[in-house]
Design a binder for this molecule. Sequence first.
Ligand SMILES: [Cu+2]
Length: 507
Amino acid sequence: MISSRISNTSLSVLPCLFCHVTLGCVVVAAQVSGVSGMTNAKLLLPDPPEAHSPIVLTAITDPHTEKAAFLFNAHENPPTIRANPGEDIRLTYVNAMSANSRETCIDGPCKNMTNLHFHGLHVSPNAPQDDVLTMMAMPGQSLHYVVKIPLDQPPGLYWYHTHPHGESYQQDLDGMSGAVVIDGIDRYLPELGHMRERILILRDQVVGRDDPASPALRRRVGMASDACSSSRDMPERIFTLNGAIRPQIPITSGERQFWRIVNASPDLYADLQIDGEQLEIVALDGMPLAFHNPAHPVEFASHLLVPPAGRVEAIVTGPKRGTPVSLRSLCFDTGRDGDPNPAMVIADLVNIGQPGPEIRSVSGNAQRPVSRPLSPTMIARVENRSPDFVVNFTEDKNGFYINGRKYSPSDPPMTTVSIGAFHHWRVKNGTNEVHPFHIHQVHFLVYAQNGVRLERPEWLDTVNVPVEGDVDLVMDFTDPIIRGVSVFHCHLLSHEDKGMMAKILFK
Ligand SMILES: [Cu+2]
């Protein structure tokens, strides 16, 4: 069993103002009408468009909803960015948002400043690459990214989202996110090259307390009355999948498909399960399991906790004809001070063929897989020494803190590491709610939770830290590319906006 993510126990909705002619958008537009009336309409899963460099992405304020959105090729449908190891992602990011936002951020009306973070990529934190500190576009300004994907980047699923401190939560909730696929994962498991690949992006639809459409939306996703959670609040979110509420995913009986799922919600946890099926997991947080462990490319799990920002890539087999099967998120207890995170259905599997190519190669790239088995003796030595650094998450009614400090953009780095070694970090949660820990550009080995060794340690870039508990990590600070000032933070983005972030200097 994969352990630390297993629990024991709008694009909100795309308004599609610019896209009445394409099939994908017609489906989504129908979904939008579903919100007001036909909430039981069955709709096929829309696929996101794809983008290769050079890419132009525009941040806009949707004139009808007055929410922030990404515009790509004249559609409000963020693309999946694809690149091979060794290539550059060249992206012009235009901020065409309104200078007078009607949305509320941490310090009043949102300023609509924006930038991009390329979550999980092992790239430089300096401009013009994965820099969320000095690269910032106010309305009317543009940013020019050239992100150099290293040759040894693990092929897998990453994602991009906006990262302006104080405004990240609202922009991500509005749907300013998309997938990044580094091609070549079929080098580790050639079978993947012959499967239909699905990019599956979990975002949020707000179901407001006073919105008359909310009860029907909650019923549509089969939201359970919330028995497992400590929180007593009424749930105000449901998951969407590629912008659609409970779409149908075509898969024929016995067909094996490759599902690449990113949880792009700013704060909903997905404890993913497919009825009656084991997830055949190939990669977590973009990193193929085979990358560090070539002899074990696949693990099985009956369900998997994917925190906000986490990814899972798994093989799914089409169920027997006539068996109703759903992809669902199980109820997850976020703690007494956490938000409700009830069980719900995300999508239904339907036994129908789909037009288009039956087989879709993942990369067509026959190069040898890059792998990096590490010496167990060396890892054990890092694990067994006392922590090199401790991250302590706390909160009170005034804010959210790391090691007693609320983040400010003018802060110096909280810690400095010399590149070239593995470090032992402990992340402690002193609060009554869970927090997902994330550090930019770096993967880490999660090997213990609450002082107990995991049966199967996992390489991740985002890990849940349990209520009043801790996790122990081996941080991979060996990459000479990653030098400069970067950040680590809680990936509940409202907590990050309210101060649960700190800088790190890689030197
Ligand atoms: Cu948090």
